[in-house]
Write a protein that binds this ligand. Structure first.
Ligand code: MLT
Length: 406
């Protein structure tokens, strides 16, 4: 979960002779923020009670902007992976109140016993960390668009990147990307009917989803975006391009395809609709889960994805299935995208939209680049965030260096 933020004020003694907050002090701020998160939750003595110690095994910090005495820094943290004996965490430090991204830290911890040997993450710690995984992105805004309230995570500042999730998922899919692109404003909505957006009974189509996104941009005063879309999000992106092309500066298509459903595919949508009516979202989650992730995906990720799908509102599931069943074929659109910087990304183990499809997609869009991500299935940005973000940052670099901040 994005934990309750912790705010520290930078003291002169924490700074170097040029007045910048120094690295050693920064490390201790990150550490204090982690303990504050425990104090705020199960108690600072959680690990002691459980008889283990979380030893830091790896820490990578990126510094994006300086901080000076008197600045207030807000730290937020999220658990990004939970393994058998280890877990990982991402922390973000921003200046308040202007929200400048100052530093991000990725750390890996191993639970050790008194002799220093790695031991399984105890149940009490696991339970706490799992809650931290499940609500990783908290929408701060609700925006009314076309008569429906959409949930939106709006972080950072600069030119905008708009992320569109797949089915039957929500913006949590992009939790490793939201707010993690220095110099860019990241916009992560939940599509109507999914996640924490309102779920009307009727009115779902690719055109409605695309117009919702355009309406959302109007409502928050954003003219154009780099559009990053996964799977069904890609189908929405194609429709967005047909209807609102001047608003797209660049395109990232992840784990998606341009073809419409085959006759057999349309029948499968009908069956899935009947299942959703009968067994609700949990049944759909059970059916989809086995094909979504790479073989090596940890159980915690499976639980997270199952939770995301299993809590989708049934009207939104039915609406999305109908919208996908009825979507037009977009293959003829692809050659017309010449001149639009495009990146196609695919998980090497994607069973739903396999790498061969991604290669064909990239080939059909003049000038498009292709990135294949090892050890990822259909949900590459969630499964392998570091690799996905590296490709994304490299791609965004084409639009000029992000503004630096002093
Ligand atoms: C998705 O991930 O958005 C869907 O699986 C796409 C589809 O079913 O065509």
């Amino acid at each position: 979960m994005t934990q309750t933020p912790v705010v520290f004020t930078v003291f002169p003694g924490d700074c170097d002779t040029f007045g910048h907050l120094n690295q050693a002090a920064f490390l201790s701020y990150f550490e204090r923020a982690r303990w504050a998160m425990l104090a705020d939750g199960p108690g600072m003595d959680l690990f002691e009670r459980e008889g283990v110690w979380p030893a830091v095994r790896k820490a990578a910090i990126e510094y994006h902007a300086p901080a000076y005495p008197g600045h207030s820094l807000r730290f937020q943290q999220v658990v990004t992976r939970l393994g058998r004996t280890s877990f990982s965490m991402r922390q973000v430090a921003r200046r308040t109140p202007d929200e400048t991204l100052v530093a991000t830290a990725e750390s890996v911890f191993v639970c050790v016993d008194r002799s220093g040997a790695a031991v399984p993450v105890p149940a009490g710690v696991r339970a706490f960390l799992l809650t931290s995984l499940s609500t990783a992105v908290t929408p701060q805004r609700r925006v009314e668009v076309n008569g429906v309230e959409l949930a939106l995570v709006d972080e950072g500042s600069g030119p905008a990147v708009l992320f569109v999730h797949g089915y039957p998922l929500d913006g949590t899919l992009w939790r490793h990307q939201a707010g993690a692109l220095p110099g860019w404003r990241t916009l992560v909505p939940d599509l109507r009917g999914l996640g924490r957006s309102e779920a009307p009974d009727l009115g779902y189509s690719m055109a409605t989803y695309a117009d919702d996104l355009a309406g959302l941009l109007d409502a928050i005063g954003v003219d154009d975006v780099v559009l990053v879309a996964l799977s069904m999000g890609g189908y929405v992106a194609f429709e967005f391009l047909r209807r609102h092309r001047p608003r797209v500066r660049g395109l990232v298509l992840a784990d998606t395809r341009a073809q419409a459903d085959s006759a057999e595919g349309r029948r499968a949508r009908e069956l899935a609709m009947a299942d959703a009516r009968e067994g609700g979202a949990p049944l759909i989650a059970d059916q989809m889960l086995p094909r979504l992730l790479a073989q090596s995906a940890p159980d915690s990720m499976r639980e997270e994805v199952r939770g995301m799908m299993g809590s989708a509102p049934v009207p939104g599931i039915l609406g999305a299935l109908a919208a996908m069943r009825d979507r037009p074929d977009s293959t003829e659109l692809l050659p017309t995208l010449a001149g639009l910087p495009t990146l196609v990304v695919v998980g090497a183990e994607d069973a739903l939209t396999p790498p061969a499809d991604a290669r064909a997609l990239a080939k059909a869009i003049p000038g498009a680049r292709l990135a294949e991500i090892p050890d990822a299935g259909h949900l590459s940005p969630l499964e392998q965030p570091e690799a996905f973000n590296r490709h994304l940052r490299e791609f965004l670099g084409r639009f000029g260096a992000p503004p630096t901040d002093g």
